[in-house]
Design a protein around this ligand. Structure first.
Ligand code: ATP
Length: 426
């Protein structure tokens, strides 16, 4: 199958700008390929590249052609580069083609350099194991490499692991499964469901790398369908024997919805936006579970200590014998830290949440305003060329100032209508 980039000037010029590694074969891999095969467009400005050779050396020449520096280099000699192409930020991840084996399930893999073919077989799911070879010079289209049958699984809407021990080897894949299930609306095939059940029963999750697990939780929070993903963690219960109280109950469900709604008000949680989003999710999940389980849960999920401390201190406050004053909601909004706002709101239930939203809506000058769309959101909407993104963002800002658009929802509807009408009148 050949996939053309015609009609995608942004990506055409992007690939023309990527220098090819001399004498080495290089590929586009991962989610970018999956989305191009499935939707004929990428869904995020992130791209994974693989090379049969030294990834850091290639990374340096790519970074140079964009006038930036290579970012963090990992112990497996992978690297990241954040570049600006036509004014749009793009994250490039570069890795050497490799196979891996897991002498200790859930432990660090032993990695060996390999061809792209073997590299694709070590990946998490078949739909993520396809590649586009990077021709030199770039012809404007890609020929799909699909040795494991990812394309057929895309058509069947199935997530399929590539070896029966996949979840035992790397249990973080369990959480990736939940994330892709929700994002793509796919289901695990029979072999994958069985492997999931067996990994759950044998406690594979306990052996997963804590820092990678935490990375995966952060990735889930960045997803549009983050609530359903979190509900799936609770429903599929990979931790059931270890955190019996962490069940999918209606109050927990309500709290996670409340978290979802409230954290769209970015400025409530600034200046540490992401920090608070993550911390408040932990509060929503762990609220009401016994202290011991809370401690165990924080450790199992690899929660960094600064967040873990806030969660412990908020859920199990040390009492100094003083009677707490009952504070009315507007005071809470203005004076108390984000975790206290949140805890008070979730304790108060639906009414309290509704009145919070009303207060925010009425207080025009209040800092608790929903944030506007960003360039990233517009790219997700399929808008390709960068000058247009800048123009649309400027127009949105003006319409916001004029009070014509008042929420992200309204901004999105406006952008979609705009794109549709342009389609009719080119
Ligand atoms: P997204 O659209 O979220 O960027 P992605 O599939 O590109 O999705 P990444 O986390 O960027 O996700 O990973 C890039 C690729 O690396 C994946 O598509 C997959 O092939 C491989 N990969 C990532 N994590 C794992 C893992 N734990 N085990 C095996 N392969 C993985």
């Amino acid at each position: 199958m050949r996939i053309s980039l015609s009609g995608m000037p942004f990506w055409l010029s992007f690939f023309r700008r990527i220098p090819r590694p001399p004498g080495r074969k290089a590929y586009v891999v991962g989610g970018w390929v999956r989305d191009m095969v499935m939707l004929r467009r990428p869904t995020r400005p992130e791209i994974d590249l693989a090379v049969e050779g030294d990834a850091v050396q290639w990374g340096e020449s790519i970074a140079e052609s964009f006038g930036v520096q290579v970012g963090r280099v990992s112990e497996f000699r992978t690297c990241k580069i954040d570049v600006l192409h036509d004014g749009v930020p793009v994250r490039i991840d570069i890795a050497p083609c490799r196979t891996d084996s897991y002498p200790v399930p859930g432990g660090m893999p032993v990695v060996t350099a390999s061809s792209i073919h073997e590299d694709l077989y070590r990946r998490d799911f078949s739909v993520n194991a396809m590649a586009f070879p990077l021709d030199d010079p770039f012809q404007g289209s890609f020929l799909l490499m699909d040795p494991v049958g990812g394309c057929e699984d895309l058509a069947r809407k199935e997530l399929r692991i590539l070896s029966p021990a996949s979840f035992d080897d790397d249990p973080v894949r369990i959480f990736r499964l939940f994330r892709f299930q929700e994002r793509l609306g796919f289901h695990p095939d029979l072999q994958t469901s069985r492997a999931l059940e067996s990994a759950r029963l044998n406690g594979a999750f306990l052996r997963s790398s804590k820092s990678r697990l935490w990375d995966e939780i952060q990735a889930a929070i960045r997803e549009e369908s983050r609530c359903p993903i979190i509900f799936r963690w609770l429903l599929e219960k990979p931790w059931e024997n270890f955190l019996p109280s962490l069940k999918m109950s209606s109050p927990r469900r309500r709290r996670v919805f409340a978290w979802d709604r409230l954290t769209t008000y970015e400025s409530v949680f600034s200046p540490m936006g992401r920090f608070w989003k993550e911390t408040l999710l932990l509060l929503a999940l762990f609220y009401g579970i016994p202290r011991q389980e809370c401690d165990r849960g924080l450790r199992l999920l690899g929660v960094p200590e600064k967040r873990a401390k806030i969660v412990r201190e908020s859920l199990f406050p040390v009492s100094f014998g003083k009677r707490r004053e009952k504070t009315s909601q507007p005071d809470i909004l203005l004076n108390i830290s984000p975790q206290m706002i949140f805890l008070n709101l979730v304790r108060g239930g639906a009414e309290s949440l509704a009145s919070f939203e009303k207060t925010v809506a009425e207080a025009d000058h209040h800092p608790l305003r929903e944030t506007s769309l960003t360039g990233r959101d517009l790219i997700k909407e399929g808008i390709d060329s960068s000058p247009e993104i800048g123009n649309l963002l400027r127009e949105i800002r003006t319409l916001r100032e004029q009070g014509i658009l008042n929420s992200r929802r309204e901004e999105l509807d406006w952008v979609r209508a705009r794109v549709r009408s342009r389609g009719k009148n080119p």
